[in-house]
Design a protein. Structure first.
Length: 292
């Protein structure tokens, strides 16, 4: 699951979670105000993630001052391969909802659109966020095991999210990221509350992906929280192959991460066992695995 950092906010800096009946009205207001990133709430490697700008380059001064018309032209860049397309506002909305139709025009994307297919239970939503141009400097992933920061991964994307990346690894106590680490770890409970979730629903493995920003109260903002397409650090070279592709050093790092996840799971089980005993052997909460 990917979770937008600021929920169902309708602020231009924050983001909106769209259902099919909402995207037309919401997107027409946000794109009229500033460039956006609009993406499907599932999948990986950048497919269905669009960086969108008005071709005219003329934006209103205040959010909500106007709505973009159906025939206004957009310049769209898909993050998976950085290819560029031009479509009207109406064509883009049609592609998102119904896919390749006569009304949506011709698309070069490898995807088929229909991002709402299957409904909310299948991840059929879209997220509309402010475009942060400093993404070109890279994205910083805080890899979390329960409520503990495991390591920090900084990615600079070369040719799109699905392409080659320049990756720099930092240890969790690296002073460069100390302030951001302290803020994230101190706010985990607030984040879960804002999402309407108990701490027992905190995943064993998840990430907060930070993007640098100007003219804001903080140096970085969270682009998304991710717990659906994360790999075990150290084992990534084995994707599509086997463990022979992993160096001894990477295998040790990957095993250390798995050991920590196991420790967190065991700690959670023991905690629930104690609580259950205190209440006369009540059944453990379903899905309640969290790092202590």
């Amino acid at each position: 699951m990917r979770v937008c950092c600021q929920g169902r906010s309708r602020t231009p800096l924050g983001s909106a979670d769209y259902h099919p009946s909402e995207i037309a009205a919401g997107f027409k207001k946000t794109i009229a105000f500033q460039p956006r990133v609009v993406k499907q709430n599932r999948g990986s490697a950048g497919e269905g993630i669009w960086i969108i700008k008005l071709k005219s380059g003329v934006y209103c001064k205040s959010f909500g001052e106007r709505e973009a018309a159906d025939d206004e032209m957009l310049i769209l860049t898909e993050a998976c391969d950085n290819h560029v397309e031009e479509h009207t506002v109406g064509e883009f909305i049609e592609f998102c909802v119904n896919g390749r139709t006569e009304k949506s025009g011709e698309w070069k994307s490898i995807g088929t659109g229909k991002y709402f297919e299957g409904g909310e239970e299948a991840g059929g939503q879209m997220v509309d966020q402010r475009f942060l141009p400093r993404i070109e400097e890279g994205e910083t992933r805080f890899m979390m095991v329960g409520s503990e920061l495991y390591r920090i991964e900084h990615y600079v994307y070369m040719g799109g999210v699905g392409g080659e990346t320049k990756t720099t690894i930092y240890q969790p106590d690296d002073p460069m990221w100390a302030a951001l680490k302290a803020k994230l770890e101190s706010e985990v409970e607030q984040i879960m509350a804002a999402l309407g979730l108990p701490m027992t629903a905190l995943p064993l493995l998840w990430s907060a992906d930070f993007i640098p920003i100007d003219d804001h109260v903080a140096s970085h903002v969270v682009g998304e929280f991710n717990c659906s397409c994360l790999g075990i650090s150290g084992f990534l070279a084995a994707r599509g192959k086997d463990m022979d592709a992993v160096t001894k050093e990477d295998a040790e790092a990957g095993q250390a991460m798995c050991n920590l996840i196991g420790q967190k799971a065991l700690s959670a089980c023991e905690s629930f066992k104690s609580e259950s005993a205190a209440f006369g052997g009540a059944i453990y909460p379903l899905g309640a695995f969290v790092g202590a």
